[in-house]
Design a protein around this ligand. Sequence first.
Ligand code: PMP
Length: 427
Amino acid sequence: MDLAFDRQHIWHPYTSILAPLPCYPVNRAQGVYLYLDDETPLIDGMSSWWAAIHGYNHPELTQAAHQQLDKMAHVMFGGITHQPAIEVCQRLLALTPKNLQHIFLADSGSVAVEVSLKMALQYWQAKGEPRAKFLTLRHGYHGDTFAAMSVTDPDNSMHRLYKGFLPEHIFADSPQIGFWQHWQEHDIDNFRTQLAEHHLQIAAVILEPIVQGAGGMRMYHPEFLRQVRSLCDEYGILLILDEIATGFGRTGKLFACQHAGIEPDIMCVGKALTGGYMTLAATLTSKQVAETVCRGEAQCFMHGPTFMGNPLACAVAAASLALIEQGDWQTQVARIETQFAARLPNFQAYPIVKETRWLGAIGVIETHHPVNMEVIQALFVSLGVWIRPFGHLIYLMPPYICTAEQIDTLLHAVEIALQDQHNFQIT
Ligand code: PMP
């Protein structure tokens, strides 16, 4: 592979053109393994950013893609429909909370979030009471497009970078009580106060249920989410749940909102929807919200991207949802959680470790110092694993099909990394 060309000309996520870190050439992927150009196998601890839950090149998903490709890769969705879209939506409705009845197929997670916010805005316009603010949580993350960024944690640099261009929304303190801790009533105080103070301006609350992902890998108490739901009900405000990272079993429940036994008014899913094969996301909403939106001035919902409902992506997503329906994910995720629960607390013995936490197939080690990305990445690769930390967080989000031995190998590699301070930026 022409890595020099890549380095010179191609932008990778969140990287500099001036001083790019090395990129590892991956040639193929099979099961839980990524194979480098020289055929070195790496156990994937990331599921390609939390998406490849069934592993790579899964026979059923690959077959679904081939079959669909032979028929048509894409056709516009305006005025046309097709079986892959119908099937994926039927399967989605069967799996998601019962009140959600209408589906908008979006191109990516960020677009699904944009769509959810636009729905909330059109909902209030249609009610003749336009509202333009969203209430969300600190340490949240909802994507990299503008509206999604505007409801993402304000203290990360994105807000500073685009100040003046990003709409300003309302942020409540993020929950402090962890998933496994005893609930304390004061944890919801700030959220309740913000809602009480601004409720007449607020179109919707948007948050990541139970796990705040890219904004800090924080797992919070289900009671927080339960109370958010009842406060939204009390004030008649819509609740948007961003299940893009948490959906499809990652937290041990099919959707994280089930930990709290609640249903959202609008829900975003993405990432694992296609089993990590390609980009597809969806925004689901209740009958009441969908119908209200369409009674407004525009008489429709105002969004319709070129590749909406891409048949190839829908066909693979339908196959992925069929695998989820078979239910093996439940025992797989529970087993991974048991392994994390047994091993991660021991890592706290290393001085670099601030805290460890886990939920479902998510294991997190928060360190006192940020990682030295180039050094730690090379170490992980030399140990035969693909783990991509960020900042102070080393985390594991393996494919559900990982065996106990493969999870052990991932944990062992993390433990080795924690033992050497050269893997961290200690000043
Ligand atoms: N919401 C959440 C909770 C996410 O974790 C992400 C992606 N990490 C997004 C939205 C954005 O999804 P995408 O990268 O597909 O645009």
